[in-house]
Ligand binder design. Structure first.
Ligand code: PDD
Length: 286
């Protein structure tokens, strides 16, 4: 079945959606994106994703092309038209097509390009990796310094992911000045003596929406949280390690640079946090 995608107000078969070669997203990576997960046909953490989208746009001096109500309506249409029970919705807004390549921003009023598409992922909630865990390697973090803005310039994370694959791992944890910043496309955590440790928010990392919800649910469940940076050595010696993102929810890490964490098995805190996140976020899914 061909997907129905969204492009600038139209719902189209994917092969008919065309964007200019001069689009700023294409030639300058001048665009921002969001990924929202869908479970039971509903959007998870949607207000958080909209809020971060607004912030990413405003940090880059771009307007928001839609109101929250319009964004919700477009997302709902995408879920319905593509019959998504479990999966994700990808949304991208670029600075549009100035008609030529130029480092200067296009004139005020140049229409932005708005694209949405869905990815159906049956079995997302029942991901078997939640039981087996994943292997990560560490890679020096060579991204730009505004990682709090969710831009489409994802070449370095993509390179790090490929290095992980070539070295027989699932993903890479990025390290700067000796401390883990985050994963290629997720926020990272360790557990030590029952405490959940994760790097504090700053421009060094993306302010994960899953992270924000999970920390809120964990605090409500009286779990101890420490927001501070940690090293790879500390992670290798931790009781548990895991990561979060909209497409993964909470997934365990059982090996870091070849060293097994928790004897290479998934720990109870990570398992509990995944259950907690799925349970609680479904309550507010729309
Ligand atoms: N990535 N850090 C980075 C660098 C990310 O790219 C992501 C999300 C996260 C987690 O954020 P959230 O919980 O809001 O998904 C952290 C998305 C899923 C992606 O690029 O596909």
């Amino acid at each position: 079945m061909t997907r129905t995608v969204y492009l600038n107000g139209d719902y189209l078969p994917e092969a008919e959606a065309k964007v200019s070669i001069f689009d700023r997203g294409f030639v300058m990576a001048d665009g921002v994106y969001e990924v929202t997960s869908v479970l039971q046909g509903k959007l998870l953490d949607f207000p958080g994703h909209l809020k971060r989208l607004g912030r990413s746009l405003s940090e880059l001096g771009m307007g928001n092309p839609h109101s929250d109500e319009e964004w919700l309506e477009i997302h709902r249409q995408m879920v319905a038209l593509n019959n998504i029970e479990e999966g994700i919705i990808y949304l991208q807004v670029t600075r549009g097509n100035p008609g030529d390549r130029d480092f200067a921003y296009p004139p005020e009023g140049t229409p932005q390009t708005v694209v949405l598409f869905t990815q159906s992922k049956p079995g997302l909630a029942a991901n078997p990796q939640a039981k087996t865990g994943l292997k990560v390697i560490s890679v020096e973090d060579l991204r730009w310094s505004r990682r709090d803005i969710k831009t489409v310039q994802l070449l370095f994370p993509s390179m790090a992911k490929m290095e992980a694959k070539h070295r027989g791992a699932d993903d890479a944890w990025l390290v700067e000045d000796g401390f883990v910043t985050e994963g290629t496309s997720n926020n990272t955590y360790i557990v030590k003596d029952g405490r959940i440790i994760t790097r504090q928010l700053s421009t060094d990392i993306l302010h994960g929406i899953t992270r924000a919800s999970l920390l809120r649910f964990a605090a409500e469940a009286q779990m101890q949280i420490e927001e501070r940076p940690f090293t790879i050595a500390e992670a290798q010696a931790a009781d548990e390690a895991f990561f979060t993102s909209a497409s993964a929810f909470v997934l365990p890490v059982v090996e870091i640079d070849g060293a097994k964490v928790n004897g290479g098995t998934v720990g109870p805190v990570t398992t509990r946090l995944r259950e907690l996140y799925l349970e609680e976020s479904l309550k507010s899914a729309i």
